[in-house]
Design a protein around this ligand. Structure first.
Ligand SMILES: Nc1nc2c(c(=O)[nH]1)N[C@H]1C(S)=C(S)[C@@H](COP(=O)(O)O)O[C@H]1N2
Ligand SMILES: [Mo]
Length: 267
């Protein structure tokens, strides 16, 4: 049993019967010594992060409920942007996202710049959770990704950092079904560092065992399982740590927050 599968087993147990599936990557010798400097930082951080994450779970950090494979919804509605479109995003789709980068910057000691394939080679976590949209629908899906806390640990969070801000590739032109003030804007979201370091908070790349499709946020999306649907940012290309949300777009920490929704969208 690897360190990683032990970690996943522990978290699964503490979740109260939550089922965790395989996909917990084994770091092979080759993987450990190949990859960009950013990739190396994350691999180096992994073991420390595993222990920190176990402590968090054992000390009773509330976990979102986890479900079993049988509970997965046959049709998981896609909502908000279904396809960011545009020349740049379309080019990424055509290249199967091989040139997509995830930047982790802002108040960090070592900014990261990772490809999707590097992210896929990192230790992963898989969880089956329920997604609740404010519009009144829910769906259960299985998500696989890298724990955001591990990335942040690798980047080295600097004193003063309070929020992680997620920048998305889509410009929403006022989604008609949501109410609120409709106006164009780049989708973005933010969470505090407690949620960012929660073991179930993932930068996800697989849904129900397959790479995310365009409608569900390809190639990378956030899962922050104790909050509502609009916090689950899709099409993420940058995560920035900041001390304050003022001055970012409308200043309230998210596309929908800037249009009147609560910033803390707890379920
Ligand atoms: N980039 C981006 N992320 C987004 C949205 C969006 O329009 N753009 N919509 C949000 C809303 S309101 C919901 S309910 C979920 C929907 O995720 P899904 O399409 O996978 O169901 O994504 C959230 N994340
Ligand atoms: Mo939503």
């Amino acid at each position: 049993m690897t360190i990683i599968s032990r970690r996943n087993a522990l978290i699964g147990g503490a979740a109260g019967g939550g089922l965790l599936l395989a996909g917990c990557g084994k770091i092979t010798g080759a993987d450990a010594f190949m990859g960009s400097p950013s990739y190396q930082h994350v691999i180096t951080a992994e073991e420390y992060w595993t222990r920190a994450s176990q402590r968090l779970v054992l000390s009773g950090g509330a976990m979102a409920r986890q479900f079993t494979v049988r509970d997965i919804s046959p049709n998981f509605k896609a909502n908000g942007t279904l396809d960011p479109g545009g020349d740049e995003y379309n080019q990424h789709v055509a290249e199967s996202f091989s040139n997509w980068r995830l930047l982790v910057d802002g108040l960090v000691a070592r900014p990261l710049n990772l490809s999707v394939s590097e992210i896929r080679r990192l230790p992963s976590r898989t969880q089956i959770t329920r997604h609740d949209c404010v519009e009144g629908w829910s769906a259960i899906g299985q998500w696989t990704g890298v724990q955001l806390g591990m990335l942040l640990h690798a980047a080295g969070v600097l004193p003063g950092a309070r929020y992680a801000v997620f920048y998305c590739a889509d410009n929403l032109e006022g989604e008609p079904s949501k109410g609120g003030v409709q106006s164009p804007g780049q989708y973005y979201e933010s969470i505090d560092l407690t949620d960012a370091r929660h073991p179930q908070t993932l930068i996800a790349y697989n849904m129900n065992g397959n790479p995310l499709d365009v409608s569900h946020g390809a190639p990378l999306r956030l899962r922050v399982e104790r909050q509502l649907g609009y916090k689950q940012a899709k099409y993420i290309h940058r995560i920035s740590l900041v001390s304050s949300l003022a001055g970012i777009s409308g200043g309230r920490g998210g596309y929908w927050e800037d249009r009147g929704y609560e910033w803390y969208a707890g379920i």
